[in-house]
Write a protein that binds this ligand. Structure first.
Ligand SMILES: CC(=O)N[C@H]1[C@@H](OP(=O)(O)OP(=O)(O)OC[C@H]2O[C@@H](n3ccc(=O)[nH]c3=O)[C@H](O)[C@@H]2O)O[C@H](CO)[C@@H](O)[C@@H]1O
Length: 572
């Protein structure tokens, strides 16, 4: 480890020597932890990062003044629809998607490095359960949807296939940490910051006794990666979410997925910076760090050689999605098939925006190039503009479900990642005052720099958007129940309303306690309480398929919990 004098000299070069101001008064252990954290920061990159953050923050807030003039909706030829148009074409897309899944060419990649601040939980959002009768968490629902889609593809093509999420570490020997040859800007973190005792080339034990976690950037904890014919799920976590997520999966036996096909990897962290360009001390012995945004995906893919792993497995197409949408269709065959048949290298699912201020990015064109303009970066005036038909002009709401070819991701990690511009988020960052006392700021005091996953869209050669029905595919869990929207209650309702619709469409009848038929309304909106509680396990139905043989003409007193066991009893 570098001496304190060396570190001081390095920090001086970065104009960040204040980070050592409490060092002399620290006990040996916290002192060593601080020095280890500081040693991991490249001085030049740290200097640039702090300068860039302060400069970005000094610019006038809000979108560029000429943005409105440069925006256009996406041209219709770039947009497909899951619901409009010819059912035969939709079947072709679906068939193509299942075919690719059956060939093990499709992987799902979950972005799970966020902190769930708005929801107000201290654990990863995927571990949240919204109060379904089954008490399933978001992670469980997602795992079960993967199992079902694998089963459906397997049945169609007579194969045993897998859609690969990386976790097993034990079978791999230590590996050398490679340099980052593709980064133009120096990487800020020399290695992932851990305690000084942490080994650099061996997977380290999970802090809470669960799965091992990657110990340093470039040490790849992936086990038995070369399993042929088994598609995968990749889960990007951050320092905040990796440990608990890995432990949770292990405790739940990976929800019966093969652990070899669940690959967890960690994104980088960046220091939070004050408005005058100084990295913030969260404690006397710790620099305040935050994940580098969901666009940190691209450095993380490179850091952990995820694309090489995909190549070994034969994965060609990747469905990237965000953790909090209870209705998410993982590896959706229709979306995959649409993108593949259109020869797209990059795609995004969209829904019609519900209202102008809805906090969703808008998929549109800027200067004629497809892009997502994030909700935080569009002015209210532009968001409210109307098209001639009366609907919102910019109505293609991004639901953070993206399609990428592996080749495109390779180009991004090799060439384009350094070109992605970080976005500035001004936040309240817990810190210490000049005496080293902890402070919980009431006003924003710091800048976090984040890249966004969709910032690669402008580089696509053939970008397509795919419009889906909100009530079938989008109900995000962003806020606590104290908020009006996008909270646990709205998520729960959306799922239960969907399942009630599916059951009614399949011919089920619900009776009340007196044996009277309950209202039948197969087009039930997701925003209201369904007339009957009905929850259908994803292991029974992925998107409403296969229910007629179980439900047609039958009467049920709710709640109807249609899990695998009940389905077996009902199956003729
Ligand atoms: C940048 C981005 O994609 N914004 C989209 C995101 O907004 P939104 O602001 O809701 O994005 P979140 O902060 O919820 O992050 C989206 C996803 O990225 C993950 N994450 C976040 C930060 C990070 O450093 N690492 C990481 O993995 C989160 O765990 C989550 O799964 O979802 C909305 C739909 O719900 C979209 O309309 C927004 O356009």
């Amino acid at each position: 480890m570098a001496s304190e004098a060396d570190l001081r000299a390095r920090l001086q070069r970065a104009s960040q020597e204040h980070l050592l101001r409490f060092c002399a008064e620290l006990a040996p252990e916290p002192r060593a932890a601080l020095l280890a954290q500081l040693e991991a920061l490249e001085p030049e990159a740290l200097r640039q990062h702090c300068q860039r953050a302060a400069a970005a923050c000094a610019r006038p807030p809000g979108p560029p003044s000429d943005l409105a003039a440069r925006l256009q909706p996406l041209p219709p030829e770039r947009v497909g629809s899951a619901t409009e148009g010819d059912p035969q074409t939709r079947r072709l897309w679906e068939e193509e998607g299942f075919h690719q899944i059956a060939l093990n060419r499709v992987a799902v990649l979950l972005l799970a490095g966020g902190q769930g601040t708005r929801l107000g939980v201290t654990y990863p959002k995927g571990m949240y359960q919204v109060g379904l009768p089954s008490q399933k968490t978001l992670y469980q629902l997602q795992a079960e949807r993967i199992r079902r889609v694998e089963q459906l593809a397997g049945e169609r093509y007579g194969t045993r296939c897998t859609v690969p999420w990386c976790a097993r570490l034990h079978s791999l020997g230590p590996r050398v940490i490679p340099p980052t040859p593709t980064c133009v800007a120096p990487a800020l973190l020399r290695t992932r910051t851990r305690t000084p005792a942490q080994p650099q080339t061996e997977p380290s034990p999970h802090p809470e006794g669960g799965l091992p976690v990657p110990s340093a950037r470039g040490t790849r904890p992936f086990a038995r990666l070369a399993q042929p014919c088994l598609p995968c799920r990749y889960i990007m976590t951050s320092e905040f979410t990796l440990g608990p997520t890995a432990k949770f999966f292990k405790e739940h036996d990976f929800f019966h997925l093969d652990p070899n096909n669940v690959i967890m990897f960690e994104q980088r962290m960046l220091p939070a910076v004050s408005f005058d360009g100084r990295a913030i001390l969260e404690r006397k012995d710790k620099v305040a760090m935050a994940p580098d945004g969901n666009g940190g995906l691209y450095s993380a893919l490179e850091d952990h050689q995820i694309l090489e792993d995909m190549e070994r497995r034969g994965v060609e197409f990747v469905h990237v999605y965000c953790v909090d949408n209870i209705l998410v269709r993982l590896a959706d065959p229709v979306f995959i098939g649409f993108c593949v048949l259109r020869g797209a290298d990059c795609g995004a699912k969209v829904v019609e925006k519900a209202y102008p201020e809805e906090p969703v990015g808008v998929v549109c064109q800027v200067d004629g190039v497809p892009q997502v303009v994030e909700y935080s970066e569009i002015s209210p005036e532009v968001a409210q503009l109307r098209a001639p038909g009366g609907g919102l002009l910019y109505n293609a709401g991004n639901i953070c479900n993206h399609f990428f070819t592996r080749d495109f991701l390779r180009t991004v990690t090799r060439e384009l990642e350094p070109l992605l511009q970080p976005h500035v988020a001004v936040k309240k960052v817990p810190c210490v005052d000049e005496h080293g006392h902890p402070v919980k700021p009431l006003q924003p005091n710091g800048i976090k720099m984040e890249k966004f996953v969709f910032d690669v869209l402008p580089f696509a050669k053939n970008f397509v958007a795919f419009q889906v029905l909100r009530e079938e595919e989008f109900s995000p869990l962003k806020n606590a129940d104290s908020a009006d929207r996008d909270n646990p209650s709205t998520s729960r309702r959306a799922l239960l309303a969907q399942h009630c619709r599916w059951a009614l469409r399949a011919g089920a009848r619900f009776l009340d306690a007196h044996g009277t038929r309950l209202l039948e309304q197969p087009s039930l909106p997701g925003s209201t309480e369904p007339p009957a509680i009905c929850e259908i396990s994803p292991l029974v139905s992925y998107a409403g398929e296969g229910l007629e043989e179980l439900l047609r003409g039958r009467e049920f007193r709710p709640p109807l919990i249609l899990d695998e066991a009940t389905a077996k009893e009902l199956r003729p």
